[in-house]
Design a protein around this ligand. Structure first.
Ligand code: GLV
Ligand code: GLV
Length: 324
């Protein structure tokens, strides 16, 4: 009989789904909401592979119930913080993810957040409907330029490198970064590796692209915001939990920093009554970093191919195996 593959969403781009359809018996969660934990626990039992997304928390209790035939968990995301990497490895289960194919789309979204916050794009548009557009004004809705500013990128990886390359053409004066290792590619834009505190103190724009790990959880706390310039603009396209969100709300309310542009929050979705949604100096997007049709199709295909390689007993052919 055919291997069984659990797919945790009904709306996976067909380009990816079609690669799996003819080969395997697919068990597809068929509701638009994320698969609830108890359903994941039940449905994972006996499957050979899992095609999941970032809303599916896969921990050891879930893996234990899956059974020993489970060979691969492939997530349609670059982030793997929802997966219990340590126990997946212990159990010899291969881990697939989707780096590279989403780098350009995510970098483009970060540029969109930068410009939306620096030039008040969203609030200026909303002001029209509030009747506030009374005449052209020399001072109304003035923002701040990217040109000649210092940019700080926290966690310079693939996405951060691409953002930096693009920003070079915006004529920024300097790009600072933090990273566990020196990135030789950063010489392309004269990037300077500095300590976290140096980056916080000197950057006009702070862009977060670091992976969420126990070391980076809540790294943007009250202390971190207090180190930033009052004019600083904070952009997060990583994970909501790298930020102590209460500290961010305080920093925005007290204008400890000038503004924030967030593609990620904690939790997601953010409840409508959450204060962050009602601050004039905060722009929030519903986690759209990789959300272009082209990129999502490629992500679905890579995820499918990661599964096929393992189930065909050719794990060395996985297009993107996650290894720490
Ligand atoms: C998106 O946040 C991803 O991890 O792919
Ligand atoms: C953000 O700060 C905006 O005003 O759009």
């Amino acid at each position: 009989s055919k291997p069984k593959v659990l797919i945790t969403r009904p709306d996976i781009p067909v380009a990816g789904l079609n690669l799996l359809r003819k080969r395997y018996h697919l068990i597809i969660w068929d509701e638009p909401r994320p698969i609830p934990r108890n359903e994941l626990y039940i449905k994972i039992h006996g499957v050979d592979a899992v095609f999941c997304v970032l809303t599916d928390k896969i921990d050891d209790m879930i893996l234990e119930h899956a059974g020993p035939q489970l060979k691969v968990v492939a997530t349609m995301s670059v982030g793997v913080d929802h997966l219990d990497i340590v126990n997946l490895k212990k159990r010899n289960i291969k881990i697939g993810y989707t780096p590279d194919v989403l780098t350009d789309s995510t970098a483009e979204l970060i540029i969109a957040l930068l410009l939306t916050t620096s030039r008040h794009v969203l609030h200026a548009n909303l002001a029209i409907f509030k009747g506030e557009w009374t005449s052209w004004s020399p001072t109304w809705m003035c923002g701040t330029a990217l040109a000649r500013k210092t940019i700080g990128i926290v966690g310079l990886g693939r996405i951060g490198l691409r953002v930096a390359e693009i920003l070079k053409s915006f004529k920024v004066s300097k790009i600072l970064y933090t990273s566990r290792t020196v990135k030789p590619e950063a010489s392309k834009f004269d990037g300077e590796k500095v300590d976290f505190s140096v980056l916080l103190k000197n950057s006009d724009f702070i862009i977060v692209t670091v992976a969420l790990t126990p070391q980076t959880r809540y790294m943007f706390n009250a202390w971190a915001f207090s180190q930033m310039k009052n004019s600083a603009i904070f952009i997060n396209a990583s994970r909501g939990d790298v930020v102590d969100q209460t500290a961010l709300i305080d920093a925005l309310k007290n204008v400890t920093i000038a503004a924030a542009g967030l593609d990620v929050t904690s939790p997601e979705p953010l409840p409508l009554e959450n204060e962050l949604l009602h601050l004039d100096n905060c722009v929030i997007l519903p986690h759209l970093g990789s959300a272009t049709t082209e990129t999502r199709e490629e992500m679905a295909q890579i995820t499918a191919k990661n599964i096929i390689a393992v189930l065909d007993e050719e794990p060395e052919k996985m297009p993107a195996e996650y290894v720490t």
